[in-house]
Write a protein that binds this ligand. Structure first.
Ligand code: SAM
Ligand code: SF4
Ligand code: SF4
Length: 386
């Protein structure tokens, strides 16, 4: 396979204006024909999950992600020409799928702000794994435009959605999205998604102590028995703009203890390797999981690292490949797409980058004394998606 000669690393200090050419990555002695068959990184992790950010814009200003004082009216978003177009995204995704990716998540920013997204969904839905299987194709959204778009997305081949919702109380929710968006409209979006069969639906709630932890039980009550899986996410120190503080993190163990004051719950097996959420089921009178009542998930990104199984890569809106949510630099695949490089070169670049991957930010953070990890120059969640 041809060696990519023009890969660049893009430093986050100025993600959108400057690329540092790296010539080629150091030669990887493991790229033997045996290695070609099963692509793994330096820690033995396969590449299975690709998250694609389709826009860096959003109509919400959640303070933990795009705080208003940074993402204000003067903030310079990427120009249209910088964004990968749908053909570029599909071409690149085809190469990722050939290297083992089975699951695609469209994200952002707010992905439903990207015009004609259903056209991209249809293109991606047509892709097949080397074994001939369709991809697990999903999308994460704040739900604000879902009522309007659910049917078109389903018709285009989207399988399911994850909707972010940080509370049911309208005042709390409006404060958290910081654009005064009403909770009723998001709930309508979830209903529309359910009605057209975009499921199983997951609802993600970021828990920020002092802001919305009083919404935990209300959210669990609301979604219990609906077939929708509610997941509580620890507030993470992603990016460099949200002013993250450990005392605003509510550990998942505490969330579970709180839920157990109302319902008996029991831990469930992981559905698949590399899954980010730990699953807990509502128990019946015999102490067994009651499938009709359903389950919840907790994503303990801060208190319990799950890097050892992390099989996720992230493609930014402008085609930079990030190997970790906490990365400070990305690999410039867009230049390969736009300089006429053939597909084999794209494939070789993906293999090479993944072979060299050793990122495990959360695991290292857990092993180090509090406060000793660098907080600077990290990619923003709205740029690479969650
Ligand atoms: N706008 C869409 C949404 O909100 O679902 C998709 C992009 S958003 C960046 C993806 C996910 O990241 C959301 O579920 C959001 O709650 C989560 N997220 C953003 N910042 C976070 C943080 N600091 N800690 C934990 N989760 C975060
Ligand atoms: Fe927008 Fe999603 Fe970030 Fe909230 S979490 S600001 S909805 S991108
Ligand atoms: Fe994966 Fe990085 Fe998160 Fe660890 S910190 S689970 S390597 S994205």
């Amino acid at each position: 396979m041809a060696e990519p000669s023009n890969l660049r690393i893009v430093p986050l200090v100025d993600q959108r204006a400057r690329s540092i050419p790296v010539g080629s990555l150091a030669a990887d002695p493991r790229t033997s024909s045996a290695e070609q068959a099963s692509l793994t990184d330096r820690l033995g992790r396969p590449l299975r999950d690709l998250r694609i950010s389709v826009t860096d814009r959003c109509n919400f200003r959640c303070s933990y992600c795009m705080p208003k004082d940074v993402f204000d009216k003067d903030y310079q978003y990427l120009p249209q020409t910088a964004l990968l177009n749908f053909e570029e995204i599909t071409r690149l995704t085809r190469q990722f799928v050939a290297q083992g990716v089975q699951k695609i998540r469209l994200t952002g920013g707010e992905p439903l702000l990207r015009k004609n997204l259903e056209i991209l969904v249809a293109q991606l839905a047509a892709l097949r794994t080397p074994e001939g299987q369709p991809l697990d194709l999903t999308l994460t959204t704040n739900g604000s435009l879902l009522a309007k778009k659910a049917k078109a997305l389903k018709d285009a081949g989207l399988q399911r959605v994850t909707v972010s919702l940080d509370g049911l109380d309208d005042a709390v929710f409006r404060r958290m999205n910081d654009v005064d968006f009403p909770v009723a409209d998001v709930l309508r979006g979830i209903e529309a998604a359910q009605a057209v069969g975009l499921g199983p639906i997951k609802v993600n709630m970021v828990v920020k102590r002092g802001t919305n932890e009083q919404q935990i039980l209300a959210m669990a009550r609301h979604f219990k028995g609906t077939g929708i899986v509610l997941r509580f996410i620890e507030y993470m120190d992603v990016g460099a703009t949200n002013g993250w503080r450990m005392d605003e993190v509510m550990p998942s163990a505490e969330v579970i203890r709180l839920l157990q004051t109302e319902w008996p719950m029991l831990p469930l097996e992981h559905a698949q390797r590399g899954e980010t959420a730990q699953r807990w089921g509502y128990a019946n009178a015999e102490g067994l999981h009651d499938p009709a009542a359903g389950e919840i998930g907790v994503i303990s990104s801060v208190t319990q690292a799950f890097c050892s199984d992390c099989n996720r890569a992230r493609l930014s809106t402008e085609g930079q490949l990030y190997l970790c949510l906490f990365a400070s630099q990305g690999y410039d695949l867009r230049s390969l797409l736009r300089d006429g490089s053939p597909d084999e070169q794209l494939a070789a670049a993906i293999r090479k980058i993944w072979h060299q991957r050793s990122e495990q930010y959360s695991a290292l953070r857990s092993a180090l004394p509090p406060g000793s990890m660098s907080q600077g120059r990290r990619v923003e969640m709205s740029y690479i998606g969650g």
